[in-house]
Each structure stands twice: as structure tokens, then as C-alpha cells.
Design a protein around this ligand. Structure first.
Ligand code: C2E
Ligand code: MG
Ligand code: MG
Length: 530
């Protein structure tokens, strides 16, 4: 990956890792704010219903008391009783008697002259004979309105405000509805009656008094009394919610960031460590810090060493790093060609004299994907071998199927190596996606059967039948076969029986430094290295 791209991706990932928990925090905060708001609304609506019920209960009790009075209506004794009742019930302002559209007397007004106070027909009469005058002028010319509730010729007067007199720190609108009449008869100061009436009408059928309904700028709750034809409508403007929500938002953000920042740092560290490892590798290549170990390849017929495979190591902080850990990175970072060149340099410097001494002995070199895309490495190889006394056949090329992604170019490069006298091996054969199809079109000298197939020899696994097939096929194509990763005699015997020519593995020898290789081979005769 390009350095700048890598940086962009890292920054994006880090930002996401940081913001994701914060986003969740904010989302949870919003849910919590909504839940709290709904809870508070619900509690408030319950209190308002209770209040309206208790006012109505007093009105009904007062009427009942009045119906039980013995004295002649409006007689002095009756007026005394009416005053007592008014005094007894705190919400009741007046108690009086009416007949056929006329108020005859009341506790406050005493006997009323005929025609002095008209009483229009009631605004609503309930099925059980309760009369409602929702909105009457005060008899004292005060701007306050009076609500009258009457039954059997007795009425009580109340200030509608007592129905909505509930303590509320938020600026919520509250209205009380007589549900049979469908009419609001009490509302808090400044409440928009039209809006509340519309909200009631819209929600009256669906809502049974449950959850809050969201409108653009407010949430609305409708709560019905269970015992009386009363309901309350509460409208909470979202401004109140927003105040609540800001505090929670900050909380959510803090919690989210507390979780997100360490996560972000973790992602950043992970990414940049890879990045910095790549930088380190770059430096190591620049400073030529690669080393090479050599693993013997033997003839399975007589265990002679026919050659070695050069396996690169990275000398890092005094330790040798195995290629599996850095070759893929080197491929990505565009360092593989330099590594291949350095391996060749080291091989010629370390085992050049061995190769001259044993002309049939060879070193197999692994090349990278990029090395198969051009003849560049062949050029290097040819010029480095010139006048060294080492024949081209002594330097062999191992290419993995990953290098065949651009088959036409790879085919040409491979042919060029072969034309120049360097045998070419397909490494890790069988692990690619279409090994067989390559064999059709790539002309090579040998296959290296991957260790994973050798491992299954003698086991019940389905793949244990693969090795014999590969071997048979290679033979029919006239290719040599090298089996990799042979660790025990049973595997060696089996491969021998199958006619495999060469083997490599811990059974015969582990990868060793050139000095050890020279010591081991120094004891052997030039013809037979065992
Ligand atoms: P490879 O080319 O298939 O090399 C064989 C690997 O198998 C080596 O691992 C070797 O140490 C290991 N091996 C051999 N016999 C046995 C055995 O009996 N048992 C077990 N468990 N392992 C065995 P190594 O040295 O770690 O190399 C790993 C891979 O790295 C190589 O696989 C090769 O693909 C790549 N590589 C090594 N050197 C180079 C190089 O110079 N250039 C490039 N491009 N790739 C290299
Ligand atoms: Mg190899
Ligand atoms: Mg291999």
C-alpha cells in the first residue's frame, strides 16, 4: 500500500474507532433524555388527572350534600346550610339553587331578584342528569370566569383554574377535558386552547393514556380518568427536552470518548506499528541486514546432497526473523527485488567456492512476485555469474504460484531463466488456486510439493491422496519432483516408493548458516555429498 494511502486509511480507521463509541454514547443519551422526558410527562399527567378528579369529587359531594338538605330551598335555614357547604369544600366557591333557567339564590349572593341573573341552558347535560355551564361570567363583574355544575336544581360554582392548579416547574401546557362533551373547560395560563383542543381531537381515539406522542416541536400526552368522564392533555415543548438533552449529551459524549479514545489509540498503534515495522524493514534492506541459511536438498535414492535452498533471514535486534513474517510485507512495500538481489549477493559470497568445488551442486533461490514480472533479475544474475566459474545450472529459481497472476509476463520470464540455463521450480505446489492449469501452460523443470501434502502422508485425511496424484502427474509431464518438509522416515519411504526424486526437510537437515554448511561439506568428496 502507498504510504499516503496507508496514512489516510489509518486516520479514517482511528477516527472511526474514536467516534463510534462516542456516537453510541450520544445516541444512548438521546434515548435516555427521551425516556426521562416521557417518564416525567407521564408522572405529571397522572398528577393532573388526580387533581381534576378530586375537584370533581368535591363538586359531586357538595351536590349530594345539598340534595340531602331538609329546609325549603332558599329559606334562611337553607342559605345557612349552603354557606356551610361552601365553607366545607375548599374548591367550591359558591352553592346555590336554580329552577327553569333562573338562579334563585346562592350562598354568596343570597336571594336573587327575578331577572337579575340569567342562567342560559347548560352547555352539556350528562346522561345521569349533571348540568355543566363551562364558562360563565362572574356575578361580581370580575374578569374571572366561573364554572357551574348542577343537578336536581342545585348548583356549585368553581374557578376552572383549580382543575389545573398543579405545580409544574417546566413550562408545560395542561388542559382538562370533559370527554363526553369533548370540550376543554380548564387550561393553564397562556396555554394555546386551539392547539390543545386539536391535540385532544387528534389523539382522543388512538391514545388510551399511554405513551407520549411526538409532534414537531412538542410531545403530547393524553391521560384519561378511570372513574370519571375527564381527561387531561399535557403538551411539553421540546425546548424543555433540549435543556435536558444537552446535559445528557455532554455526559454521553464524555463516556463515549472515554471509551473511544483508548480504542482509537489502540487502532492507531496497531496500524502505525505495522507501518513502522515496514519502515524498519526498509532500513534493514538499505543497510544490508539480511542473512541467508541453507537447507539441504537430497536425492531420495541415495540421500546424497544435490543442492541447498537459500532461505533468507532478517537480522533484527540480534535475532533472526523468519521470512514468513516479513516477505509478504516486503512484497507489499516494493522491497522484494532488493531482497532477491541481496540474497544472490550473499549466496555468491558465501557458497560461491563450494559451487565451484562441486560443479553438480546447486543453490535454489526464491524469487518474489515482482521478480517474475521482468527480466531484471535475470540480468543481474547473468552479470554476477560472469567469470565466476559457476554454471547457470547451479543457480536455480523457485517461483510460487502467487507470481503467476500475470501469466503471460510470468511465462516469458520463466522461459528466459530456462533459456539462460537456470532450472525453474514451482514452489509450494498444490497450495495455489489453479496449480493444475499452470502446469498446462508453464514450462518448468520441477515441482516442489508443499509440506502440507507431505504432512498428510500416512494419515486418514482426504488430502493424503493428493500427493500421489501430483507425483504421478509430474512424472507424466516429465517434471522432477522435490518433496518439502519431510520430517520422518515413513514419509521418506512413501515418497521414495512413489518415485519422488528429491526431498527436503528436517529429516535430512535444517536450514543452517554457510559456515556450518562449509564444515559439513568440507568432509565430503566432491562427487558424493551425504
Ligand atoms: P519455502 O520456499 O517453501 O521454504 C521451505 C520452508 O519450509 C522454510 O521455511 C524451511 O525452513 C521450512 N522447512 C523445511 N523443511 C521443514 C520441515 O521438515 N519441517 C518444517 N516444519 N519446516 C520445514 P522458512 O525458511 O521459514 O521460509 C519460509 C518461506 O519464505 C519459504 O518457503 C519461501 O517461500 C519464503 N522465502 C524464504 N527465503 C526467501 C527469499 O530469499 N526470497 C523470497 N521471495 N522468499 C523467501
Ligand atoms: Mg522455496
Ligand atoms: Mg515451499
Amino acid at each position: 500500500m502507498q504510504r499516503s494511502w496507508f496514512l489516510v486509511v489509518t486516520i479514517v480507521l482511528t477516527t472511526l474507532a474514536t467516534l463510534f463509541p462516542a456516537g453510541i454514547g450520544v445516541f444512548m443519551a438521546q434515548l435516555e433524555a427521551n425516556r426521562r422526558e416521557a417518564d416525567q410527562l407521564s408522572v405529571f399527567a397522572d398528577a393532573a388527572v388526580k387533581r381534576a378528579e378530586s375537584v370533581m369529587t368535591q363538586a359531586l359531594s357538595a351536590l349530594q350534600d345539598m340534595e340531602a338538605l331538609k329546609d325549603e330551598p332558599c329559606s334562611p335555614g337553607n342559605l345557612v346550610e349552603l354557606r356551610r357547604i361552601t365553607y366545607t369544600y375548599s374548591y367550591i366557591q359558591d352553592a346555590g339553587v336554580y329552577r327553569a333557567g333562573k338562579r334563585l339564590c346562592s350562598a354568596l349572593l343570597g336571594p336573587i331578584q327575578a331577572g337579575q341573573l340569567v342562567l342560559p341552558p347548560p352547555d352539556w347535560r350528562t346522561p345521569d342528569g349533571l348540568d355543566f355551564w363551562f364558562d360563565q361570567l362572574s356575578p361580581f363583574n370580575s374578569p374571572r370566569r366561573v364554572m357551574l355544575i348542577g343537578r336536581n336544581g342545585n348548583n356549585v360554582g368553581l374557578d376552572p383554574q383549580v382543575f389545573v392548579d398543579v405545580v409544574d416547574r417546566e413550562s408545560r401546557m395542561l388542559a382538562v377535558v370533559q370527554t363526553e362533551a369533548g370540550r376543554i373547560f380548564a387550561a393553564t395560563q397562556g396555554a394555546s386552547l386551539a392547539r390543545l383542543q386539536r391535540a385532544y381531537a387528534e389523539h382522543a381515539y388512538g391514545a388510551t393514556g399511554g405513551e407520549a406522542l411526538q409532534e414537531d416541536d412538542a410531545s403530547i400526552v393524553l391521560r384519561r380518568s378511570r372513574t370519571m368522564p375527564l381527561a387531561v392533555v399535557v403538551l411539553a415543548p421540546n425546548a424543555a427536552l433540549l435543556a435536558n438533552w444537552k446535559a445528557l449529551l455532554i455526559g454521553g459524549l464524555v463516556v463515549g470518548l472515554a471509551a473511544g479514545v483508548p480504542l482509537g489509540i489502540l487502532v492507531w498503534r496497531r496500524a502505525t506499528r505495522r507501518f513502522s515495522l515496514e519502515g524498519e524493514l526498509r532500513g534493514a534492506v538499505r543497510r544490508h541486514e539480511m542473512a541467508v541459511h541453507y537447507q539441504p536438498i537430497v536425492s531420495l535414492t541415495d540421500n546424497h546432497w544435490v543442492g541447498v535452498e537459500a532461505l533468507v533471514r532478517w537480522r533484527r535486534h540480534g535475532r533472526l526473523v523468519r521470512p514468513n513474517l516479513f516477505i509478504p510485507m516486503a512484497e507489499n512495500a516494493g522491497l522484494i527485488q532488493q531482497i532477491t538481489d541481496q540474497v544472490l549477493e550473499i549466496v555468491l559470497a558465501e557458497v560461491g567456492s563450494l559451487l565451484r568445488r562441486y560443479p553438480s551442486f546447486y543453490v535454489s533461490i526464491n524469487v518474489g512476485v515482482e521478480d517474475l514480472k521482468s527480466r531484471r533479475f535475470l540480468g543481474v544474475l547473468t552479470s554476477r555469474l560472469r567469470n565466476t566459474g559457476i554454471s547457470p545450472g547451479q543457480i536455480r529459481i523457485e517461483a510460487t504460484e502467487r507470481g503467476f497472476l500475470e501469466p503471460d509476463v510470468a511465462r516469458e520470464t520463466i522461459q528466459a531463466f530456462r533459456d539462460a540455463g537456470h532450472p525453474v521450480y514451482i514452489d509450494d505446489f498444490g497450495t495455489g488456486y489453479s496449480s493444475l492449469s499452470y502446469l498446462q501452460s508453464f514450462k518448468v523443470d520441477a515441482l516442489k510439493i508443499d509440506k502440507s501434502f507431505v504432512d498428510t502422508i500416512g494419515q486418514e485425511a482426504a488430502s493424503s491422496t493428493v500427493a500421489p496424484h501430483i507425483i504421478a502427474m509430474a512424472r507424466s509431464l516429465g517434471l522432477q519432483v522435490v518433496a518439502e518438509g519431510i520430517e520422518d522416515e515413513a514419509q521418506a519411504d512413501f515418497l521414495r516408493e512413489q518415485g519422488v526424486d528429491f526431498g527436503q526437510g528436517w529429516l535430512f537437515g535444517r536450514p543452517i548458516p554457510a559456515v556450518e554448511l562449509a564444515q559439513l561439506m568440507g568432509r565430503a568428496t566432491p562427487q558424493a555429498v551425504t
